[in-house]
Design a protein around this ligand. Structure first.
Ligand code: PLP
Length: 433
């Protein structure tokens, strides 16, 4: 790194400025961790991060997470704790719940799940018995491991039956899903995905669930922010229960949510989460979630979500214009899924090559992938984080150009790509907000 760039990345231009004092204190207590935090800040500045599940939480969110509440224990729920002295904690959790109800327009919210995985497991534990049949989107169609992967406890405890995509359109095959539902008579259908770039028709799946007497759980981990902003159809009214994470498009801390409109289901879920699955909730995290919800209720947040989608659609167009195949030939949401098979390169290798030019992505399984999940034939490219930095639609052309140049002639184009990335990250420094 040249000296000017180093000084810039070291924070002389306002980067994470409010944190410098806190970091000085950390340096006194643990220099090794201090150095790693600083290195990570530099890495964030230097790279274009296209990981669809990552974002940059505000200083307010991060301050609340690391606040004095990390000292506390509060098993139970608001007004009914197993520990004394919880009056401030109750107010924090109450605020998070109140804001979530307003944001998602629903009646019951549990904000205590440690993560999206815990939220999903708690719903299964509340509504299913071991061995019950469940339909979930298969991993190579974009489903999440907690939707019944044999390597996950969900697949071990319950009889998950995968549904998938139509081979031609690469969209969810609702016809086949209905057929499977009628044949297998599942107790639950799980809708939602980690790597499905299109709008899911929750109403259609709900009708199928009702037809066969199954619960419908919708996992909106990825799209929660888009739903809050009204840019993706809300599942409420067309499902029994919703789970979410708070850290992806929603731009909060790493945490999970369970939401619903049914009092009986809500009661079961509260019990399944605590004492069923978890102990005391992370109060600092819940405070950060409350801050994130306050931000998500603003007009600026809606504009931010609009910009995420504009950037994502433009990136998809620029990639396709260069002959790069996207699953379903485009996107409706905050990421696209690139199918690399035509270029005879694996997702693992492409991820490595992009990282070497400071573009961060994740390898991802694609439909009918013959590679193992640790290798894959695809990569997922998302725009939530770079949109927080301020990247605009025109910048997507530059990013697509780099991805194409890496596919076309990696060694020959490496220096030019590094230059493009450097110019972009300098144009959009990460500033505290
Ligand atoms: N559900 C979906 C659809 C996800 O994409 C993810 C994470 O990426 C999860 C659940 C799990 O969330 P967590 O990593 O917070 O456990």
């Amino acid at each position: 790194m040249d000296i000017i760039l180093s000084l810039f990345f070291l924070g002389l231009n306002g980067m994470y400025d409010k944190e410098i004092k806190m970091l000085e204190k950390l340096k006194e207590s643990d220099e090794e961790i201090f150095n790693l935090v600083k290195k990570e800040m530099e890495k964030e500045q230097e790279s274009i991060n296209l990981i669809a599940s990552e974002n940059i939480a505000s200083f307010g969110v991060r301050s609340a997470v690391g606040s004095i509440f990390v000292n506390r224990y509060a098993e139970g729920c608001v007004g009914n704790r197993f520990f004394g002295g919880c009056e401030n904690i109750d107010r924090v959790e109450e605020l998070a719940i109140k804001r979530a109800k307003k944001l998602f327009k629903c009646s019951y919210v549990n904000v205590q799940a440690y993560s999206g995985s815990c939220a999903n497991l708690a719903v299964y534990f509340a509504l299913l018995k071991p061995g019950d049949s469940v339909l979930g989107l298969s991993l190579n169609a974009g489903g999440h491991i907690t939707h019944g992967s044999p390597y996950n406890i969900s697949g071990e405890l319950y009889n998950f039956i995968p549904y998938g995509l139509d081979e031609k359109t690469e969209l969810i095959d609702y016809f086949e899903l209905r057929r499977l539902a009628k044949e297998k008579k599942p107790k639950m259908i799980v809708a939602g995905a980690s790597a499905y770039p299109r709008i899911i028709d929750f109403e259609k799946i709900y009708k199928i669930a009702r037809e066969v007497g199954a619960y419908l759980m919708v996992d909106i981990a990825h799209i929660a922010g888009l739903i809050c902003a009204g840019l993706y159809p809300s599942p409420f009214g067309f499902c029994d229960v919703v789970t979410a994470t708070t850290n992806k498009t929603l731009r909060g801390p790493r945490s999970g949510l369970i939401l619903c409109d049914d009092y009986e289901i809500a009661k079961k879920i509260d019990k399944a989460l605590f004492p069923g699955l978890q102990g005391g909730p992370f109060i600092g995290t819940i405070a950060g979630v409350a801050v994130c919800f306050k931000e998500a209720l603003t007009k600026e947040f809606r504009e931010y979500q609009e910009n995420i989608i504009k950037n994502s659609k433009r990136l998809a167009k620029e990639l396709m214009d260069r002959g790069i195949k996207l699953i379903s030939n485009g996107t409706d949401i905050h990421f696209s899924l690139i199918d690399l098979r035509k270029f005879k390169i694996t997702g693992q290798e492409m991820q490595k090559r992009l990282e070497s030019i400071n573009i961060i992505v994740n390898k991802n399984t694609v439909l009918n992938d013959e590679e193992r999940p640790s290798i894959t034939s695809g990569i997922r490219v998302g725009t939530p984080l770079i949109t927080t930095r301020g990247f605009k639609e025109n910048d997507m052309e530059e990013i697509a150009k780099c991805i194409y140049m890496v596919l076309e002639d990696f060694e020959g184009n490496r220096e030019r790509c590094l230059e493009i990335v450097k110019n972009l990250v300098l144009k959009y420094p990460i500033l505290n907000f």
